[in-house]
Design a protein around this ligand. Sequence first.
Ligand code: 2DT
Length: 214
Amino acid sequence: MQVGLMALSEPLVIPELLQRWTVVGIDSQGHQEEVLAGWREKEKNDRSTTIGQLISAYLEKKSDLEDHTVHLLFSANRWERVPLMKKKLEEGITLVVDRYAFSGAAFTSAKPGFSLDWCMKPDVGLPKPDLVMFLQLSPAEAALRGQFGEERYETSAFQRAVQQQFEELRKDSTVNWQVIDASQSVDDVHKSISSHSLHTVSAAQSLPLGELWK
Ligand code: 2DT
């Protein structure tokens, strides 16, 4: 089976991959983007699921949700996509998944009163990525990038707390974590992502789909 599943912080376009695979990205709001023959379009405002709409309004600060509730909604939003993800994987399609369960665990556990263990539980058993690429950028550098500060969670103090939780998650050797230095040039970041991806996609061809955190 051709299985490649990756989580990273931005959707990925790799010309070498496009020649051979459709890349489907599903982000935290259930937005889906398909990459076909080198052409890509992101429907930024596509709110394709009811749960996705609730999450979107919360992130844009148009509504408030209790912290446990929003955590479970994020997870439910992933689970509602699992049948589609499995179908695509069985068709030999490589999935590129933006953020995925790792952001779920890291962001909520950065809030007061939440343990990492509790935060991981709802996502146990999701399709397991063959590779997780973590694009590392200091919160100070991230703050200099465009539009930072508009959405919920975009404060440097909270981002630092989230980064610490990611460091905890990365200690889990059952997941193939690769840290990419995102302060490099766009070209170098691309080269690094490309080489990790191509290697993983080829290695994953003969492997069965795993279950996350099980
Ligand atoms: P995007 O930029 O990927 O839309 O994320 N988040 C994300 C959570 O708190 N829990 C989750 O499960 C996921 C996937 C990270 C927008 C923000 O939502 C946070 C930033």
